[in-house]
Design a protein around this ligand. Structure first.
Ligand SMILES: *Cc1c(COP(=O)(O)O)cnc(C)c1O
Length: 401
């Protein structure tokens, strides 16, 4: 993977040799996140986007506290999806008014945390609005609220669709007027709208079309509203390449188109905070998962390398987190970076299930026990999106390098 370099056959993580990073970890398996790659992604994004656009980090992609602290210094806001993520976000020092909370099924305790800390709640149901009103009366504080809108259009080419049609997310666009009236009547602190259409999209044209639709919808909804709009969150969903044949997303045209959409919106509604929230795009490529080969066996002509980690640490690389057809994540032998690709092997984990397959028929240098298997594109939806307790093996370490 081109975002990483190597030296004397060894992978480098932010300039550090893999063998030393392994010793620093004190164990295998581990996740390592490269600070320089994260910062570079953020800079590239900012360069391509109009200066008015705010950048938020969607923490559920990777909620490791040290990583959130690092990113918080470089972005304009944080988006959380639970009370625990909210705590990490506030601990990072990010200002409360730049933190927002989305997700269906927020618990009363979580709503209290959000209202007491004065972050913005993206409302996802009428029940939730009622609970917010009740809490505000109880503790005597006005809640900052935005409406998460389930749009009346769908995002094409999205890896994971999260808006359009029937959804557990957000308020159907046709019901938003109703909710706006209730927010006004209850005198809550109305912030604006949040429209998120889907995740892992590598098609710039479909993202630009979605943005156009999002601004049109936001304009339509806001026109009928007597409360001024202060913020518009246009979601994220920018994808990264995982599989052979996938190309990195070209974001420059997206930025150019957004400049026009934002200017139009400002014309009608004045200066409004407009934010894009990104998870995977900022951190996915910066992370690797590293496990050691502890056994090699042949079975009827096929080579199996057994590693000391697997799907319990990294579900998405095993193909069991939202993939329809299993495909390999990019993999390398981190201590044999210069060797020619010589044989197709199976890399499997220690779990007693055939699902624990981390690379299928992958062309790799001839492997030996003790080699380090590196799985790239592992900075998002890795550690925290995996069933760590399945089979009760030890957990991996996470490090920022
Ligand atoms: C998950 C999520 C994101 C982040 O999605 P990525 O594909 O990681 O960028 C952003 N916004 C909301 C509301 C989400 O639920």
């Amino acid at each position: 993977m081109t975002q990483f370099t190597s030296q004397d056959s060894e992978l480098l993580i932010n300039g550090h040799q893999l063998s030393l990073v392994k010793l620093r970890a004190g164990q295998t398996p581990f996740y390592a996140y490269d600070r320089s790659i994260i910062s570079k992604k953020i800079t590239q994004f900012r360069t391509a986007m109009p200066s008015e656009l705010k950048l938020h980090y969607a923490m559920k992609a990777n909620p490791m506290p040290a990583l959130v602290d690092f990113i918080a210094q470089q972005v304009d806001g944080l988006d959380v999806a639970s009370g625990k993520e909210l705590n990490v976000a506030l601990n990072s020092g990010m200002a409360a008014h730049s933190i927002s909370f989305a997700g269906p099924g927020k618990q009363t305790k979580e709503l209290q945390m959000a209202i007491a800390s004065q972050i913005t709640i993206n409302i996802e149901s009428f029940t939730e609005l009622d609970r917010i009103i009740e809490i505000c009366e109880l503790i005597g504080i006005k809640a900052k609220v935005a409406i998460r809108v389930n749009p009346d259009f769908e995002l094409k080419s999205s890896g994971m669709k999260m808006g359009g049609g029937a959804q557990q997310f957000g308020i159907d666009a046709e019901l938003v007027d109703n909710m706006l009236a209730k927010i006004k009547q209850q005198d809550l602190d109305y912030q604006g709208l949040h429209i998120f259409t889907g995740s892992q999209n590598l098609n710039a044209d479909s993202i630009m079309l979605a943005h156009q639709n999002i601004f049109e919808l936001a304009t339509r909804l806001q026109r009928g509203c007597e409360m001024p709009i202060q913020s518009l969150n246009i979601g994220g969903g920018l994808g990264i390449p995982y599989f052979p044949g996938e190309q990195p997303l070209q974001i420059e045209p997206i930025g150019k188109a957004l400049a026009g959409l934002i200017a139009n919106f400002y014309n009608e509604f004045g200066t409004v905070e407009i934010a894009m929230e990104l998870g995977r795009y900022l951190v996915g490529e910066a992370g690797i998962y590293v496990a050691e080969i502890i056994d090699i066996k042949q079975s009827r002509g096929t080579t199996f390398a057994v590693i000391d980690g697997g799907l319990h640490h990294h579900l998405s690389a095993s193909g069991n987190f939202g993939q329809v057809i299993r495909k390999n994540y990019p993999v390398a032998i981190g201590n044999k970076m210069d060797k020619d690709h010589l044989e197709a092997i199976q890399i499997v984990g220690p779990l007693c299930t055939p699902l624990d397959l981390m690379a299928n028929k992958y062309q790799l240098p001839v492997v030996e026990i003790g080699d380090l298997v590196v799985i790239y594109q592992s900075g998002a939806y890795g550690y925290s999106a995996s069933p760590q307790d399945f089979l009760s093996h030890p957990r991996p370490i996470e490090m920022l390098v």
